[in-house]
Design a protein around this ligand. Sequence first.
Ligand SMILES: Cc1ncc(C[n+]2csc(CCO)c2C)c(N)n1
Length: 237
Amino acid sequence: MDMAWHAQRDWPILEWGLAGRLRRDCMEEWTRFIHHPFVKGLANGTLPQEVFQRFLIQDYLYLIQYTRACALSVHKSTTVADMREAAALVSGILDTELPLHVGYCKGWGIDEDMLRKAPESLQLLAYSRFILDRAQTGDLLDLLTTLAPCMIGYGEIGARLHAAPATRREGNPYWSWIALYGGDEFTTLVEDGIRRLDRIGQQYGADARYPMLKEEFSTATRLEAAFWDAGSEFPLS
Ligand SMILES: Cc1ncc(C[n+]2csc(CCO)c2C)c(N)n1
């Protein structure tokens, strides 16, 4: 494990509130997610290009399903302020993140047609259907808890790899990915998400519902760990 970056020291917000408690209580699954061999391959630049390309295609399809779940968080909100926050995230993804992802894929030789036509992997099907189930069946707190590993995990991976002296910067084809998720803009988004989860947790009585929330966070984390292999069953064509 890289000793240069410590969640506790360098990102105290992660240790705090509901998000911190869930992350600590699911540390085994969490470690498998954020220290997956795929992540090591990004850090040292040794991940094969085709593996990354196939992952990017599945990740685009994931973003679409994630956005649908986020849209349900507008519906599940019980105050106008919460609705506005949820709606802002949906527009942010549709107007900024998705076009950025399409542009990034182009740089890797994947055009929009390939993105649209790609079959969904089993990992994507399992993860997105789980999220959508929690979004439809649960309330806003269930939904935000289920979405939390996605947001916090990529933030933590980005921050860690961005700061680690062992990460290859020069000539690493994945440095732009690391710089995106380890950059200030994304970090601020994640910190806002952590605060929001805590606030909604207090509003919706997280303490009394903790076992169920932990189950949701744990399952989403296991599905994140599995998602690194989402592209592995498909050839690029
Ligand atoms: C499998 C997978 N998990 C998490 C992310 C990161 N991510 C996707 S949407 C979102 C929140 C809105 O910006 C974040 C952080 C990803 N790309 N792919």
